[in-house]
Design a protein around this ligand. Structure first.
Ligand code: SF4
Ligand code: SF4
Length: 403
């Protein structure tokens, strides 16, 4: 039977594997991580406690706790930690991975999303054959590289929700029109596209993530392109920060900086005023993790008629929508454990600015915030729009029924 000392040694070894340096010296228990966690007060083991309990030999208790499935990957704890301890990207996923290896199953909805990703390459459980369904009514040429290989300037990874989810499909068509109007030679992977797997990795499915890397690098190696463009900031994070750690480097950019760099070209196309007071929600992975704060704002400010106002918590202090790190599939569990849907709190904050549009740049946020607008009785008062939609409206490129 393991003694207390064995358990402490096991906890220290575990921490040593997932945090850089000497784990005994690293964390000083300052509590910055827990106090900046938007769900910390509802967790049995908020981030500071994870380290303390692991050091004290209580790994088993942590991984059995429902608290293990309450992190939504907002990156606040890692961002604030004065010792640079990678709680979000290393400690939480390693604990979740360990739990699953020991047969402890995640909450049902997350389990289903992970199983879907194993089976179909996307958390929604849709067939790869339907990957291009979003483009069925597209009125600009589509270059599907899975059907017809071709050299392109931009390889656009459309992403799971933008490929399959009806509300996001509208945005995908808008983006296709914008790229075309700007004269960009773009192509997509069509049925060969699979999720990049960032959320699955943070949810603890390291094995699944490794197999997605293998599949994705194989597909990406087949094509010639100057740049990979992503609509999903979680994919940006993996391709920019995680794939290189495994030896795979790609020139990747999120759509917001890509378009903002081309503002000189874009501005003359933004001809139609969009009269609206807009507030922008900094999504955690584009902003706090990848440091992109200005480009989304530059795009919004370039649209004639738009007045940009800021929420109280903005830029690096922005409040998470609760959808990252597997959070898209953990709402039920989090509420059951005494937490709250962060998107409900965030949309109230957006409304308090007096804005009539909440602008977003992450595919998860459209459905999350539109749902929150209904729950909080803000539906008629505050519209949720991807920045792409506002640009397309100003460029007069929107579909008739959605403009
Ligand atoms: S912020 Fe860093 S040093 Fe402070 S308690 Fe959290 S993990 Fe430890
Ligand atoms: S990533 Fe965010 S939600 Fe997760 S523990 Fe850290 S601060 Fe809390």
């Amino acid at each position: 039977m393991a003694t207390v000392n064995d358990k402490i040694a096991e906890g220290m070894e575990f921490l040593g594997q997932c945090v850089a340096g000497d784990p005994a010296l690293g964390c000083m228990q300052c509590g910055m991580c827990s106090s900046s966690c938007p769900l910390g007060t509802a967790m049995q083991y908020p981030p500071r406690q994870l380290i303390l309990q692991a050091r004290s030999g209580n790994l088993d208790e942590i991984i059995k706790s429902p608290s293990l499935w309450m992190c939504v990957g907002c990156y606040n704890c890692s961002f604030r930690c004065p010792r640079g301890i990678e709680l979000t990207e290393e400690v939480w996923p390693a604990l979740r991975d360990r739990a699953m290896q020991l047969g402890i199953q995640p909450p049902t909805e997350l389990q289903a999303a992970l199983q879907n990703t194993f089976k179909y390459g996307n958390a929604l459980g849709n067939s790869p054959r339907k990957r291009t369904d979003w483009a069925n009514n597209l009125d600009v040429p589509l270059r599907d590289l899975s059907q017809e290989p071709s050299v392109v300037e931009v390889l656009w990874l459309v992403g799971d929700y933008p490929s399959y989810y009806p509300r996001n499909q509208v945005v995908s068509r808008d983006f296709a029109r914008i790229l075309t109007a700007m004269g960009v030679r773009w192509g997509i992977l069509g049925r060969d596209e699979k999720t990049i797997g960032d959320c699955e990795r943070l949810a603890g499915e390291e094995g699944l993530f490794e197999s997605l890397i293998e599949d994705n690098i194989q597909v990406l190696s087949k094509h010639q392109y100057e740049k990979i463009l992503v609509t999903d900031p979680h994919s940006l994070n993996s391709l920019q920060n995680i794939y290189p750690k495994r030896g795979h480097n790609y020139p990747v950019e999120h759509y917001a900086p890509f378009l903002a760099e081309r503002l000189d070209q874009l501005k003359p196309l933004l001809a139609k005023p969009v009269e609206a007071t807009v507030t922008y929600h900094d999504n955690c992975w584009l902003s706090r993790r990848c440091g992109c704060f200005d480009p989304p704002r530059q795009l919004l400010e370039a649209i004639p008629g738009v007045t940009l106002v800021e929420m109280r918590r903005n830029r690096e202090n922005g409040l998470c929508c609760g959808g990252g790190g597997g959070g898209m599939w953990l709402d039920g569990h989090i509420v059951e454990q005494g937490g709250q849907r962060l998107s409900d709190e965030r949309i109230r904050e957006a409304a308090s600015t007096g804005a009539d549009v909440l602008a977003v740049s992450c595919p998860f946020e459209l459905s999350r915030f539109e749902d929150s607008a209904k729950v909080t009785d803000l539906e008629g008062r505050l519209k949720v729009r991807d920045i792409i939609e506002l640009l397309a409206e100003s460029m007069d490129l929107r579909e008739k029924e959605t403009s």
